[in-house]
Design a protein around this ligand. Sequence first.
Ligand SMILES: Nc1ncnc2c1ncn2[C@@H]1O[C@H](COP(=O)(O)OP(=O)(O)OP(=O)(O)O)[C@@H](O)[C@H]1O
Ligand SMILES: [Mg+2]
Length: 398
Amino acid sequence: MKTPSPNTLIVFAWLVDRYVPAGKLRMSGRLAEFWYGDHFLQNGYALNPIRLPLTRDVFTAEGLQGDLGVLGDALPDSWGRYLIKRQYNQSLSDLQILTLDASQQRMGGLFFSSELDDTPVFDAHNQEWMIQFSHWLNDNSKDFPERMEYGSSAGGAKPKCLAQIDGQEWIAKFQPGNEPLNKPAIERGTLELAKACGISVPENRLINLPDNKQALLIKRFDRAKMKPLHYMSGQTLCGVLFNDAGQVINDTRSYLVLADTLSKISADPQTDRVDLFRRIVFNILVNNHDDHVKNHGVIRSLNGQWRLSPAFDLVAGEGGSRDLAMTIGPEGNKATLDNLLQSLDSFGLTRLEAINEITTMVTSIQNWKQLFEKSGVTINTINEIAWAIQESIDVSGL
Ligand SMILES: Nc1ncnc2c1ncn2[C@@H]1O[C@H](COP(=O)(O)OP(=O)(O)OP(=O)(O)O)[C@@H](O)[C@H]1O
Ligand SMILES: [Mg+2]
């Protein structure tokens, strides 16, 4: 399949009730340039209030990162790129990839096209399509599901698709082929446990697939009343930069930097910083060490307020490392409550408040088995993940 190879795209953003041109993105080699259009300058909003203010400047970056990271957030990660490679059988530029998911399903509130009068195709995958997709995941020799590019804009590395079910938009996550554990069920249990710990999480449910596996449906938080909401990742908030080879060249990945940006842009910084604090405590208590910088983000509501997004990709026992993925205190990524308790200024908490938070969460964690079971996780899966949950951690000495 041939796809045009543009060097300039129109960046559309959702405004009130439709996508409107927000500006132009031009790339030559690694040099990326973006500037807002006149109309959007008057009626629109800053796509990133910290790094991309609504001015007449031409913003530049080496690739879709740094000041232009919010545009890079609209690109898929390894899973979406895998789907695209399977479908197109050639390597595509970032600009080509941005135009591929031209459906109303595409992630976030941006849309990209080389045509000024373009608009996303009004089409979405349904439950039937999702089941066909899961068959294909289990057996690649089966027919390639049609319109695979719709939803390919979703980030992350694990197998997933987007679908509209019961009039709502969902992300569906599947058990990877080489994965013996029922990860969708573990993620469901972990999300429900996080909710019990006072962390905001999206509605989610497990569904049985015909092949004896399960998928996790997670309600999309980048939609409100079926309208797209604009999203920005933690990677963009922290200003992480990569070189050509994809290596990080300035390690700014930090919960403390995230907390600081929440102070600057959130419409309710104190609630959001406490939620972030709870996520760190939670990740320590359930050994989720895959809490990397793209597993956090902020969302812009239809009335223009930025808030920390609900938590996502919380999976007990996930990640190869013993440390958290980002700095939480003077001892860097070390996954201890002591390390975290030395950075309380960043979260606007006194030591007493922080210890009260932790104590309440530890009490909720002690009921984890009942909660996992109530959430539909089997006893086998509960036993397989039991090592990860610190249910008897002693907080009396904090
Ligand atoms: N409920 C949601 N609503 C909207 N966007 C979401 C939601 N959950 C996840 N996302 C977005 O989709 C991306 C991929 O989701 P997720 O992190 O769950 O996938 P993953 O493949 O498990 O990721 P990883 O590669 O970190 O393991 C996230 O980075 C986030 O931008
Ligand atoms: Mg993720």
